[in-house]
Design a protein around this ligand. Structure first.
Ligand SMILES: Cc1cc2nc3c(=O)[nH]c(=O)nc-3n(C[C@H](O)[C@H](O)[C@H](O)COP(=O)(O)O)c2cc1C
Length: 154
């Protein structure tokens, strides 16, 4: 299973840690949106898309990249994110990217999200929220997510 991970991590590098943990498990190629063309994506069987959550959505470079892909991709995909809020609330922020991937013909086979240190705007005044995340447990959870997904394709 040739796997490509595309991620954007702009705030504290939180999502980069998750992207690397998932990529290690899959032995995947890991890239930023600016390094990926349509034809690159065609070379892979499974593509993971991830970023921090900014204003309740994935980073706009990730959304734009998917928007510009041809229809009928017929590839497997998963999505992941880190966010300041709880896991349950953060998962709701996957909606836009999830819909976009499905609209483009991807089969979405999994999603992962966890907390990431958030010191945006006024949160800075209180030292931020979700401090020390992703923590060791979050990274283990991300690895376990990737292992479970990889098992389906052994
Ligand atoms: C401009 C901006 C907007 C954000 N909006 C949200 C949000 O809507 N919901 C949320 O839970 N976290 C929000 N956050 C917090 C980030 O999602 C969180 O810190 C995440 O782990 C950042 O990932 P990164 O370090 O990979 O960029 C926001 C952060 C920034 C900088």
């Amino acid at each position: 299973m040739k796997t490509l991970i595309i991620y954007k991590s702009i705030h504290h590098g939180n999502t980069e840690k998750i992207a690397k943990a998932i990529a290690d498990t899959f032995n995947a190629t890991i890239k930023k949106p600016s390094e990926v063309g349509h034809s690159d994506i065609q070379d892979y069987d499974l593509i993971g898309f991830g970023s921090g959550i900014y204003f309740s959505k994935h980073h706009k470079r990730i959304l734009e990249l998917v928007e510009l892909l041809p229809d009928n991709m017929k590839k497997k995909a998963f999505l992941f994110s880190t966010h300041g809020v709880s896991r349950k609330a953060g998962k709701k922020c996957h909606k836009a990217l999830m819909q976009l991937l499905r609209d483009k013909g991807f089969k979405v086979v999994g999603e992962f999200n966890c907390r990431g240190y958030d010191s945006y705007g006024p949160l800075k005044l209180i030292g931020g929220i979700s401090k020390n995340h992703p923590d060791r447990q979050d990274l283990e959870d991300a690895k376990r997510f990737a292992e479970e997904l990889a098992k389906d394709y052994e």
